[in-house]
Ligand binder design. Structure first.
Ligand code: SAH
Ligand code: SF4
Ligand code: F3S
Length: 437
């Protein structure tokens, strides 16, 4: 693999954890002399893959197909597969894609420079968590920085591949996280999003067992003008202390992403989720009652194996009752290694899944519109993230502390500014307002 000229492009598919990994790879490779370039200019191409659904897996394969064509046409390229599909499929990928030079897993990121010095086609997948190395990080965005606090999952929901691709839960040390947060603030970022498959498990595996709430408080104390967000929360792991800390924290944003997955107790059990509908509702109600202007968002799966029409309707009913602010939806996709993936005789036909997904989406649209309407008339702080020009007007786009998107006109404010905006119109996915005096 010696022939590369050191121009790197990473195509990143999947969640923020993958995006954060790519930023770390870019940073590390810049240390070894690689420039970050566009896809067409690159001679070293990595696809950082996601395996959460077949659709995400297929995206990677189609990207690889394009790159394979380029190689066939004579371009001297080194092609690598990283991420969750690499972790799941291992050597099989080298067989399947003869033009791929390197497959490396989610736990082998820091070996990449050494792997490139080895001869031949290589597959490097380790099940043991990696030891971090300190390189600079080349971040993708200017205002929002991702900061992983823990990785992996011990929950084994029956549909989900993550415990197999990211391994068991492990936390980064408090010191490392705080040092990285300070660096992020120093570099001028205005928002830190703490990442973990289950942020509430933070610290359980560390020596002095710092809690997630404690970590939040330590970060809230840091000097500077910035926001703190976090994702994802597991419903029954959210503690009173976390709720109180979000309520009292100055920088901690009032926003919880708490996937419910289904609104039916039998399905939740079959999914191996450790809560029932009432328990989920109690947690959400408590958060909604205790924290002003809080947003609670969720994820739902349509057509989990064996889900009946009545059971699906329960989900619709719960979404309506819960006043959720926004939810992601997906139709169930069978995943390798998972228990639900083996329930082949209980699979729901594709057309039924599709219809249920559409129904879910309609319901979520309505919930999102209802939630946005509640903000009309309020004046709240917006962090400006983008400038758009519309009909000659300079429109700013940003987000409220609870993550809702706001558009407003201003000729004086800029990206990175915190601006008080009076909200005067709601649409399904965002709010419109004007700068308050
Ligand atoms: N750790 C988070 C979710 C991580 S995966 C949690 O516990 O909720 C992100 C979302 O992808 C999940 O919330 C789920 O809704 C969806 N998902 C996971 N596996 C899936 C599958 N096999 N088919 C469809 N959607 C899936
Ligand atoms: Fe997947 Fe469940 Fe873990 Fe979330 S909690 S990552 S859905 S196994
Ligand atoms: Fe996908 Fe892996 Fe994230 S499967 S959702 S990239 S942890």
């Amino acid at each position: 693999m010696h022939s590369i000229k050191r121009k790197l492009y990473i195509e990143t598919i999947g969640c923020q954890m993958n995006k954060s990994d790519s930023e770390r790879i870019y940073g590390m490779m810049s240390h070894f002399g690689y420039d970050t370039v566009s896809e067409n200019e690159a001679d070293f191409l990595i696809v950082n893959t996601c395996s959460i659904r077949q659709l995400s897996e297929d995206k990677a394969y189609s990207k690889l197909g394009n790159w394979g064509q380029r190689k066939k046409r004579g371009e001297k390229l080194v092609i690598a597969i990283a991420g969750c599909v690499a972790q799941q499929e291992k050597e099989k990928l080298l067989k399947k894609f003869p033009y791929v030079d390197l497959v490396f897993g989610t736990q082998n990121i820091y070996e990449l420079p050494a792997l490139l010095n080895r001869e031949g086609r290589i597959c490097a997948i380790s099940d043991k968590p990696y030891a971090e190395k300190e390189y600079k990080i080349i971040r993708n965005k200017n205002i929002n920085a991702w900061l992983p606090i823990m990785e992996g999952c011990n929950n084994f929901c029956t549909y989900c591949v993550v415990p197999y691709t990211r391994g068991r839960e492990r936390s980064r040390s408090l010191d490392v996280i705080i040092k990285e947060a300070k660096q992020i603030i120093k570099e001028g970022f205005r928002e830190i999003t703490l990442l973990g498959q289950n942020v509430d498990s933070y610290g359980k595996d560390l020596n002095d067992k710092p809690t997630f709430a404690y970590l939040l408080r330590e970060l809230d104390k840091l000097d500077g003008e910035f926001r703190i967000r976090f994702t994802t929360s597991y419903p029954t792991d959210i503690t009173e202390d976390v709720i109180k800390t979000v309520k009292e924290g100055k920088k901690i944003c009032e926003c919880f992403h708490i996937p419910m997955q289904s609104g039916n107790d039998r399905i939740l059990k079959a999914m191996n989720r450790r809560y029932n509908v009432d328990e989920y509702k109690n947690i959400v109600r408590k958060i909604q009652n205790e924290i002003e202007n809080v947003a609670v968002t969720s994820d739902f799966i349509a057509g989990f194996p064996s889900e009946t029409e009545e059971e699906f309707k329960d989900t619709i009913k719960q979404i309506k009752e819960l006043n959720l602010d926004y939810s992601n939806t997906a139709s169930y996709s069978p995943r390798p290694n998972t228990p639900a993936g083996k329930m082949t005789d209980k699979f729901i036909p594709d057309d039924v899944k599709k219809r249920r997904l559409n129904e879910l989406n309609e319901c979520i649209k309505e919930a999102s519109f209802n939630s946005n309407k509640k903000y009309v008339g309020k004046t709240l702080e917006v962090l400006v993230e983008k400038i758009n020009f519309k009909d000659g007007k300079r429109m700013l786009e940003g987000r409220l502390r609870n993550n809702k998107v706001v558009h407003f006109q201003s000729d004086v404010d800029n990206i990175g500014d915190f601006v008080r905006v009076r909200l005067n119109e709601a649409s399904i996915w965002c709010l419109f307002g004007q700068k308050a005096d």
